[in-house]
Design a protein around this ligand. Structure first.
Ligand code: DC
Length: 234
């Protein structure tokens, strides 16, 4: 029997990360944050003095990427992300790193280099995979595909709040421009662009709270997979 996968794709700020983590916790499944892999490649490559445009060199680095994920300490806490043994969780979340990751992610050889590593996360009892191409490229046979969207303005507001909570500086207008630019790059690239899979359920989260989105995904899990959320988690 194949291990079931739920893919959660969408642009940055659509709520993917938070929703994926909460769904994974409620099902007791693993979670893959594929964006973190692209961020790690960008961060590590820069630290090693590599040129972010050198596709072959970056793909080589991506193949050998020394990354590790340690579970968070509280229920909904994000896991710690380690690059070559060092906790880089905070640095990974900066807008600069996100923008560098988006550039690196446009290179086909880098995407190919990370493919097997992502598929290896498919482990019993199940996987919730968060990204841009989880339902289209990495897990096309996923049992349930979700695509989350939200207006650019709402996503900029959420990102601003998120960064502030982490003590990272940013301006709302600057974030809005960066998000629009990142959307354009992620959606228009030749390989694995950000588009919903034909069989994805699209949910616009602009006017929905996190609880409402999680409840909707819970309903889909019940209907499509016969899976019930564990009560009282998170
Ligand atoms: O989800 P995120 O913001 O951490 O992702 C960072 C960048 O990585 C994003 O701009 C596009 C890229 N990415 C991708 O191309 N494919 C994925 N599956 C995940 C992220």
């Amino acid at each position: 029997m194949t291990v079931p996968v739920i893919t959660v794709d969408g642009p940055g700020g659509s709520g993917k990360g938070t929703i994926s983590r909460m769904v994974a916790q409620r099902l007791g499944w693993h979670m893959l944050d594929s964006g973190a892999l692209y961020r790690l490649v960008a961060l590590g490559a820069l630290r090693h003095g590599l040129d972010l445009k050198d596709e072959a060199e970056l793909a080589d680095y991506a193949r050998q990427l020394d990354a590790d994920f340690r579970p968070g300490t509280s229920a909904d806490a994000e896991p710690a992300t380690l690059l070559e043994g060092e906790d880089v969780s905070l640095e990974l979340r900066t807008e600069t790193c996100g923008n560098d990751a988006s550039r690196v992610a446009a290179l086909p050889a880098v995407r190919a280099a990370l493919l097997d590593r992502q598929r290896a996360w498919r482990d019993a009892p199940g996987l919730v995979a968060d990204g841009r191409d989880m339902g289209t490229v990495v897990f096309p046979d996923a049992e349930l595909k979700i695509f989350l969207t939200a207006s650019v303005e709402e996503r900029a507001r959420r990102r601003y709040k998120q960064l502030k909570e982490k003590g990272i500086d940013g301006s709302l207008a600057g974030l809005l421009n960066e998000i629009a630019e990142r959307d354009r790059r992620d959606s228009q690239r030749a390989v694995a662009p950000l588009v919903p899979a034909d069989d994805a359920v699209v949910i616009d989260t602009s006017d929905l709270g996190i609880g409402e989105v999680v409840a909707r995904v819970g309903q889909l899990c019940r209907e499509r997979l016969g899976q019930e959320f564990v009560e009282g988690v998170g």
